[in-house]
Design a protein around this ligand. Sequence first.
Ligand code: AGP
Length: 605
Amino acid sequence: MCGIIGYTGPLAAKNVLLNGLSQLEYRGYDSAGIAFFGADQKVHVLKTVGKVARLRDLCAGIQEEIHCGIGHTRWATHGGVTAENAHPHQAGRVTMIHNGIIENYHQLTADFELEEKLISQTDTEVAARVLDALYDGDPLASLRRFQPLLKGSYSFCILFSDHPGEIYALRNVSPLVAAYTHSGSIVASDLTALIPYTKKYVVVPEDRVVKMTPYRMAFYDENGHEIQPEILEVNWDTDAAMKNGFPHFMLKEIHEQPDAMKNTILPRLTRGLPDFSEDGIPDQIFADCSQIRIVACGTAMHAGMVARAIMEPLLRIPVLVSVASEFRYEDPLVDSRTLAIVISQSGETIDTLAALRLSKKLGASVLSVVNVKGSTIARESDYVLYTHAGPEIAVASTKAYSVQLAALYMIICRMALVRGKMTEQDGCAFMSDLLDVIPAMESMIQRKEEIRQLVRPLVDKPDAFFIGRNLDYAFSLEGALKLKEISYIHADAYAAGELKHGTIALIADQVPVVALATQDRIFSKTISNVREVKARGAYVILIAKESAAVDEGLADVCIRIPDLHDRFTVFPIAVVLQLIAYYASLLKGLDVDQPRNLAKSVTVE
Ligand code: AGP
């Protein structure tokens, strides 16, 4: 939540900051602001409520050449969406932008007697005033005194008015990546803002201070000694973070799914079987565990729900899926024989990170499925299976979900082999079925116009219901989330058999019901539930396999997906459900990529 960027160097800083903020805008878009050293060597601040486009208009008046500045795009936590609460915040010689939450800001307000001085309602202004109170003209020494006073998560970029041309940055938990290039020094919340300038970067180590000048970037530990963080290289380019002719990132990312699947699966196949030796994941963790705990949030958690529905019956060990924000507080049964599988696209979701840390503390082995290389979750896990989706910019997760599933299916297969629940021949067949989903996904993407048409009856409805049994139920959870987060249609998913225990009371004339019936074993049971809602007037969109026998009149619309093994239908279904949500949002004229109240990475509790 919140995107931050800092740049000092020979380029026009106004452009670097504004372009960077546009890239980072998916992290929050309530308000935006920049601060910079002007030709007069003084710090100037411009900020506004609204999106980066509005900040860009505000900055149009800046005629002078700027070479050093910081920029922020906000997702409000403390304090409403107002210009006062927008970043940067200033106090004396300090100008600061912040991503995260300073949990002890009340205490700091009292300790430093700030109550009367505060202009905004933000924890960030408190932090800026504390730092100003500590500041003695030596930024590094002052930051060393400042950092131990803070509780919470943060990444900061700071200008000191008596140090023109310099930017200081530090972090705890909240992400921050930095690069020194021939075009100057740059730091930002994520790589999308850096890649137009370089492919080499460092993840700013936690509790370290970065000093940036146009000529150098240096990192200091808590004793003021310079350290050399590891230099990483990103393997995607600027195109990956651009729309490339698509009207929205979401549609582009839906189209990228087949390639993302190939990139995630193919490099890990040896003689047709999953092989994690290059990932450094030993078979031992699969052999030794007596239970699996999957923890994640949102879409990633839904991928875990699908995996669970296959894992437990196949592996015959308990598999539990927990919402990460609940797991932390439920005193979970985790021990040294637990394999914790942590799933996160961003690798920065704070609740998922906390669940990971708790699992480790309780003795579990932690295997994470992460998309962003070098992210905090990836670095803190015992083992990482990276998904190779490339950057996912749209707030609504699409390709990350598919590749999370692909990675989880590979884990399932490897584990079944290691535990003697599959022969090599079964394993090869399983992986071959997994590869077959790629053309199936492609075929559904090609049918997007058909899906656009059938979405029309949904868009003026306040509610929609998604139903399915077993795996179909797990898939429908994601369909409902997708629809509600970008179309604002209230949508919920129900196990189809559970409907008549209460929810069916909500089914009335023309209420949309998206029914998933792709599991051969229980097809007729689901169809009975479809009849029940149809009998009460529902507008039914049925998703079934090509060969499934569907009676005339059972559904208002029937979307056929290719005939795949039951376990694998999720992949084409995911495409259909994503397209339903996409077109519902589009037809309602909403902001598809940046829906209200949301941000891409949830880095606050
Ligand atoms: C779904 O479309 C959302 N973007 C959201 O539910 C997301 O999946 C969740 O916040 C988890 O994010 P992560 O994968 O980056 O941890």
